[in-house]
Design a protein around this ligand. Structure first.
Ligand code: DNO
Length: 405
């Protein structure tokens, strides 16, 4: 056998060729997945946020440094803040929005001063990401997250009873939503309601049906154009501060990337992102390229989008969705689903070489599988083993892609 096999040469060759910065979302000390688990999964970067700080308040340096020290004590590096949440007042430009923008700038300066290079955020009104089923059993027995259009429509029409809701759905969708609702028992309806409005992991908001209805009303008159103008005005203020603080901003796309419950969406397509880049033309004004979020629209061609938007992409969320004809989707294994993962990976690797950067990448979500199926208290989408599988598969694909260039 060739002597080289026994030397470290091969391993160092491999790590030299790995271009992404393998990262992992960690919700902080209460996360059932420990930092040691993360190391064993093969990630070296941590994506984390100070969830205990109320939305809108300043992240003080002391608090940031405390979390950073904890991460570093485990031999890991805090690669990305996900997220500093954007207060609803900023999205609507009402109430205390001026103060909240000032606080946001201070937080960015503090994050930069503490040496964390990237901050992810989103501009989705009212709800962060949305799913209807958190335990959709796929054919191998593992559980995936699912967005079922007829169930979401049933919630909208019959639980929320939103005025004019029916005008947002096709006749066929109205019929299947009604059929589903008539057959569903109260426990199912309750579960669906909670899944949609009680707040998924990482969301900063949680509502009762009554609160949700009231909050939706506060968006009356906020059309897509108005929300877009508010986003651009916000980014025009914070991007120069981020630039100066040495922080790269990475906006997370809408998940899913289409209007829901009458709320507009403005970060769903390449055109939306191009307009945002143009609104504040500095490198710090960038994107979190989330393949699963953009990928929930059949008309988003992901490799094409990456070719177009990669130059300002500062963070990667990699996962796959399986699309269905009525607009529903579920989260497929990381290398399966409706999009060509190899073609996307190729664009990523080429862009990283062009820019000579290692983009932080986290395997976004994963199925609940194996031992995790027996554990209580895991965060939907954020179990250890499903993400470990995703990370391993993605890193293998990356290495193969690099070697094959
Ligand atoms: C879901 C996540 C989102 C994301 C925020 C970013 O799994 O990708 O909650 O963190 O939208 O601000």
């Amino acid at each position: 056998m060739n002597e080289a096999v026994y030397s470290t040469h091969l391993t160092s060759h491999i790590s030299h060729l790995t271009s992404m910065f393998p990262s992992w979302r960690w919700f902080g000390p209460s996360d059932p997945v420990s930092l040691q688990d993360v190391r064993q999964a093969g990630a070296t970067g941590i994506v984390s946020a100070l969830h205990h700080i109320p939305n809108g308040q300043v992240w003080e340096r002391e608090e940031i440094l405390k979390r950073k020290a904890e991460i570093e004590a485990a031999g890991l590096q805090w690669s990305v803040v996900e997220s500093i949440p954007v207060h609803e007042d900023i999205k609507k430009r009402t109430g205390n929005f001026r103060q909240y923008i000032e606080n946001y700038k201070t937080s960015l300066r503090n994050v930069g001063a503490c040496g964390i290079p990237t901050v992810c955020y989103n501009f989705m009104p009212v709800l962060d990401w949305t799913r209807s089923d958190l335990a959709y059993v796929v054919e191998d027995g593992s559980e995936a997250l699912r967005f079922d259009m007829k169930e979401v429509a049933a919630f909208d029409l019959f639980v929320l009873q939103r005025e004019n809701a029916a005008s947002g759905y096709s006749a066929a969708m109205l019929a299947s939503a009604e059929k589903w609702f008539r057959a569903a028992d109260p426990a199912e309806i309750n579960r669906l309601t909670r899944n949609i409005i009680a707040g998924l992991p990482g969301s900063e908001e949680s509502y009762s049906v009554e609160d949700f209805r009231r909050t939706l009303e506060t968006y009356a008159g906020i059309t897509a154009d108005v929300l877009r103008a508010h986003l651009h005005a916000f980014v025009q203020e914070i991007a120069p501060v981020a630039e100066e603080a040495g922080v790269k901003l990475a906006i997370h796309p809408d998940d899913p990337p289409f209007p829901m419950f009458g709320l507009p969406r403005v970060v769903s397509t390449a055109a939306d992102v191009e307009a945002l880049f143009a609104a504040a033309d500095v490198p710090a004004n960038g994107l979190c390229f989330c393949t699963g979020s953009f990928g929930a629209r059949a008309d988003n061609d992901l490799p094409d989008m990456f070719r177009q938007l990669g130059h300002r992409t500062h963070f990667l969320h990699l996962r796959q969705v399986q699309l269905e004809p009525d607009g529903s989707f579920y989260e497929a294994n990381h290398l399966e689903g409706s999009h060509d993962v190899y073609a996307i990976m190729r664009e990523i690797v080429l862009e990283e070489q062009r820019r000579n950067v290692q983009l932080p990448m986290r395997p976004d979500h994963g199925h609940r599988m194996l031992d995790d199926l027996c554990k209580a208290g895991s965060n939907p989408g954020y179990t250890a083993i499903g993400r470990l599988r995703g990370l391993a598969e993605l890193r293998g694909l990356e290495l193969g892609t690099l070697r094959g260039l």
